[in-house]
Design a protein around this ligand. Structure first.
Ligand code: F58
Length: 829
């Protein structure tokens, strides 16, 4: 019996009891739920360690090229069940727990998820780590160990309330602190030029303060894979002898304050889904994690006896948006100032090392930092950025002589409206590859947002459409569906999602369709209790579950969905006997704490819910629920129970979306605009299995250029007119005619997100949805085809593309040896 590594039921059971006793110091009688959860978590973790250690060993002693994924955010979700699936130990664990009279699901529920991100971008990073591990790609994910992750959302009187997230409070069994892996990070101060003994010009940076970064490692398992990837998150601490001069003078409190200031750096995740412009602490966070990560990479590199001239051959650094783009000047600084490298070579190495993913088209979401702030926090980096700018603008002038307006647009420094550093321009200049996250997004990047860079470097921008991991988003959250699928086509789909195509062969099999229906119905029924427990509302499992979960934002148009609900409500009020498809509208998502309009949209949803749910005339045909605190864990409940997936952003605003993929994987049909990855999902699943509505991105541009008048739509569409009038008259706000005024003013005033224009098209499309749902057989065929044709949207495919097209990295299994392809980088640089 091996209680550390064995996978037999009795080995797992004994290991659990052993951990309960020797780690938690409890026995079965005294253990709390959390003790039991921790004991099982350690039991599972033990079984990961051998592979993990071996992986690290292989990466670094085996002469391998390693991916360094730099992301300020990760949303991995709960680890326990996911690791059990990846290790192939679900059944054994369940049985072992059963023997101890423990329901393993209670333990899953006990786990607090690391909410170290805001939304899609952080979740994408987590899916990518999962796929890197599954595909056995040598990889380290670097990020920040925020002590307080994304806030917990509560509702009070229908309004969002933010509560501090305490994810570490009860202990985190998945991380291993590495007090010996620490780096110093300088901040503030000034720089001086000096000449070395051998006559070289050098810059010395004397910082105002130093913060220490300490590594916390989390092993990331892949599906039935031998390698385990590493997620290394940095926590800020005060250096050991912080301000000892002050301390010696007796200013104990002053010294302690400095300590507090240092640890503040990684205390909290900024909860905004748009960049925080001008917050010093945010800039410091970005620099802090990037500096620790690069120092770590250099340390590893040198420890294995490699030369820094070869740095780019061994490391592929991915910048997940602009948040880590300080890596560019930081690597140059480390190479030039600390390792005496020649500037030109440092620049070449840096450009060959990094590639950059853009995640947005919204101009307001492109990060810039005031030069004055930058100079105060990172004086040395500002100098380096000026040097990069000189190189960049020289290139621009060479290729486009006389085009000074282009020079102004492309400069890393924005000169009007207060001087600012443009982070996207920095990322574009300092990377050898740039990618968008869906075909439409990439096309629009080339055409508009990054057009100047596309014209300067026509080969640099490419598309890699996002993907999500089928382990978490089917196997873990929808076990019955996974079982049904595997029963027909075997298990290969779990790591090769294109295999799902084989399901098409069963489309005419009546028994299969009946089983498919049953799985969905069972899921909906199973989730009644969840919905009731979270909202107090009882819903009808036979109704159509119409689901809209994602961050709350005007461009995502949750309020367009609400206009549809009010439309249906008014139709019932006017004609109580009307025959309509019963629906349950499910919403979830957090609003940025400072985004008043998004918070008002939440209030709108909950207010409409109050009226609709309690109107006897509606007779339970419509129910509206807002599930508070939408996160990865609630996602496990929500995606599998959906019949209809709402992906209704204004075309041209959503870079990709990834929730759209999770829904379709679980057999939901999409109602959506031609935006982000919806376009490709529709292409894949077939237009007859997708409900399309609304203006295209090009039409929206034209409409706006021609002078768009939302109030005309309001005047011309009587139903829309009545919907807005009801909102204005206080029907949904206890007679308060002011509450929703800001929303109405924005819709009838400028209507930036074109709800008025798309309203009628959306309503008609929803009628089509209802008709399709009424034909159960037709609906089922569409549902099966959505799953069967979703293979492209696996993060395994996305990672394969990054590896082949951007990183030039092979899997351990395919012989990842740097010497084999030492020249590939030159080609892509
Ligand atoms: C999202 N961006 C995109 N940003 O909106 C979505 O379309 C895409 O599918 C996803 O990235 C993955 O590519 C996003 O989630 C953030 O959350 C940032 C966090 C930091 C502040 C600025 C927003």
């Amino acid at each position: 019996m091996n209680i550390r590594t064995g996978f037999e039921v009795e080995e797992i059971r004994e290991a659990f009891l052993n951990n309960l006793f020797y780690v938690q110091a409890k026995n079965c009688r005294t253990a709390t739920l959390n003790d039991r959860y921790l004991a099982l978590a350690y039991t599972v973790r033990d079984r990961m360690l051998e592979r993990w250690m071996k992986s690290i060993d292989t990466y670094f002693t085996g002469n391998m090229r390693v991916v360094s994924y730099l992301s300020a955010e990760y949303l991995p979700g709960p680890h326990l069940a996911n690791n059990m699936i990846n290790l192939g130990m679900c059944d054994a664990v369940e049985q072992a727990m059963q023997e101890l009279d423990i329901d393993v699901h209670d333990l899953f529920e006990q786990e607090e998820e690391p909410g170290l991100g805001n939304g899609g971008l952080g979740r994408l990073a987590a899916c990518f780590m999962d796929s890197l591990a599954t595909r056995e790609i040598p990889a380290i994910g670097y990020g920040i160990r925020y002590e307080f992750g994304i806030f917990d959302q509560q509702l009070q009187d229908g309004w969002q309330l933010e509560r501090t997230d305490h994810w570490l409070q009860l202990g985190n069994p998945w991380e291993i602190a590495r007090p010996e892996t620490t780096f110093k990070v300088k901040l503030g101060g000034h720089t001086e030029q000096h000449t070395t003994d051998d006559g070289r010009r050098q810059v010395r940076w004397t910082p105002e303060r130093i913060v220490k970064g300490m590594a916390y490692d989390t092993p990331i398992t892949g599906f039935l894979a031998d390698t385990v990837a590493l997620l290394r998150l940095w926590k800020a601490e005060a250096p050991r002898n912080f301000h000892f001069m002050i301390f010696n003078k007796g200013d104990y409190y002053g010294a302690v304050e400095d300590n507090v200031a240092a640890t503040n750096l990684t205390k909290i995740l900024y909860p905004n889904d748009e960049p925080e412009q001008g917050k010093r602490l945010r800039l410091e966070q970005q620099y802090f994690f990037v500096s620790c990560s690069l120092q770590d990479m250099i340390r590893i590199h040198l420890r294995f006896g490699r030369s820094l001239h070869d740095f780019a051959r061994y490391w592929a650094g991915q910048l997940n948006d602009t948040h880590p783009s300080l890596a560019i000047p930081e690597l140059i600084r480390l190479l030039v100032d600390e390792h005496d490298m020649d500037r030109d070579e440092a620049w070449e190495i840096t450009r060959s090392t990094f590639s950059y993913t853009n995640h947005t088209l919204l101009p307001e979401a492109l990060e810039t930092w005031p030069v004055s702030l930058f100079a105060r926090v990172l004086p040395r980096h500002l100098e380096i950025i000026y040097e990069i700018n000189t190189r960049l603008l020289r290139e621009v002038r060479e290729k486009f002589p006389g085009d000074e307006r282009r020079v102004v647009r492309m400069s890393l420094i924005q000169e009007d409206d207060g001087r600012r550093v443009r982070m996207a321009n920095l990322a574009c200049a300092g990377s050898h590859a740039i990618n968008g996250v869906a075909e439409l997004h990439t096309r629009l990047l080339k055409q508009y947002t990054l057009n100047d860079f596309h014209e300067l470097y026509p080969q640099k921008i490419r598309n890699i459409t996002n993907g999500v991991t089928p382990r978490r988003w089917i196997a873990l959250c929808n076990r019955n569906l996974a079982t049904l699928i595997s029963g027909r086509i075997g298990m290969d789909w779990v790591s090769n999602l294109e295999e799902l195509r084989k399901l098409e062969a069963f489309i005419d099999d009546e028994e299969f369709r009946a089983q498919w229906w049953q799985v969905k119905q069972d899921k909906k029924r199973e989730q009644l209790a969840f919905i009731q427990q979270r909202t107090g509302i009882v819903v009808d499992p036979d109704s159509l579950f119409d689901v809209h979960v994602k961050r709350i934002h005007e461009y995502k148009r949750q309020h367009l969905n609400i206009l549809h609900i009010i439309t249906l409500y008014q139709r019932i009020r006017e004609n109580p006997g009307i025959d309509i498809q019963p629906r349950t509208f499910i919403f979830g998502g957090k609003a940025a704490p400072g985004y008043a309009m998004a918070k008002l949209i939440i209030k709108l949803i909950t207010s409409v819910a109050d009226v609709v749910n309690n109107d006897p005339l509606v007779a339970d045909r419509l129910k509206v629920v807002f599930i508070p605190n939408f996160n990865v864990k609630t996602g496990h409940h929500v995606y599998p129970m959906a019949d209809l997936s709402e992906q209704i952003s204004t075309a041209g605003k959503e870079a990709s979306g990834t929730g759209n993929m999770k829904f379709a994987m679980n057999g939901a049909l999409t109602i959506g605009t031609l935006d982000g990855a919806n376009v490709e999902i529709r292409e894949e699943v077939g237009e007859e299995n997708f409900f399309l509505f609304g203006a295209t991105a090009a039409e929206i541009r034209e409409l706006k250029a021609g002078g768009y008048h939302p109030e005309l739509c309001y005047q011309r569409d009587e139903e829309l007119h009545r919907v807005l009038d009801a909102l204005r008259s206080g029907v949904f706000s206890n007679g308060d005619t002011e509450l929703f005024r800001p929303l109405l003013d924005s819709l009838l005033g400028y209507d930036e997100y074109m709800l008025m224009h798309d309203y009628r098209s959306y309503i008609s499309c929803q009628e089509q949805v209802s008709r399709h749902y009424a034909d159960r057989d037709a609906w089922l065929r569409s549902s099966i085809l959505n799953t069967a044709r979703i293979g492209k949207f696996s993060s395994d495919r996305a990672i394969r593309q990054y590896c082949e097209e951007v990183w030039k990295v092979k899997s351990v299994a395919d012989g990842n040896d740097v010497n084999i392809k030492s020249c590939v980088l030159k080609e892509s640089a």
